[in-house]
Design a protein around this ligand. Sequence first.
Ligand SMILES: Cc1cc2nc3c(=O)[nH]c(=O)nc-3n(C[C@H](O)[C@H](O)[C@H](O)COP(=O)(O)O)c2cc1C
Length: 151
Amino acid sequence: MSKQPTPAQRNEPEDAFKEHLIFNLVYCSQISEGVVSSDVDAIIATSQRRNALLGITGVLVFGSGVFFQWIEGPKAEVLGLVKRIETDRRHEMMVTLSTDEEVRERIFPSWDMELVDAEHIQEVLNDALATARDQKSVDALQLMLHKLQEQ
Ligand SMILES: Cc1cc2nc3c(=O)[nH]c(=O)nc-3n(C[C@H](O)[C@H](O)[C@H](O)COP(=O)(O)O)c2cc1C
């Protein structure tokens, strides 16, 4: 049976803003010894190529040796990707911070996987908050901003 293409696969921005059953997972991890910034660039290049095909969007924050990644998309695809990421030797001590599945719009509809430094994540979240149209996304973003301010 042929699978329906996801909004990201069809590259339809308007549809991407519509509410769908979206699974999202947030984790943090620590960069492995000897891994350098060009390795992080390579991770982003792979992510942008593969995530677009899987209908996955999100953001990868990297600063002070710590990764923080928000991944959203169809549940099976997100969990499949997370399994691959878990075995990646370029990072370690991966801890899942939250998982959630809800009917809502994507928080990062046009980002196949963007790299943001820790200093700028607050700006990114505030921008996403300004364009978020449904209450569940607003709540999720406000929670993330609140957690950042606590640190
Ligand atoms: C912190 C971190 C984040 C990653 N994020 C993604 C991602 O969003 N998408 C992706 O395809 N690969 C990501 N990767 C790379 C995957 O672990 C894996 O190397 C890549 O998907 C290629 O998989 P393959 O070697 O099985 O073909 C990430 C790796 C690390 C260390």
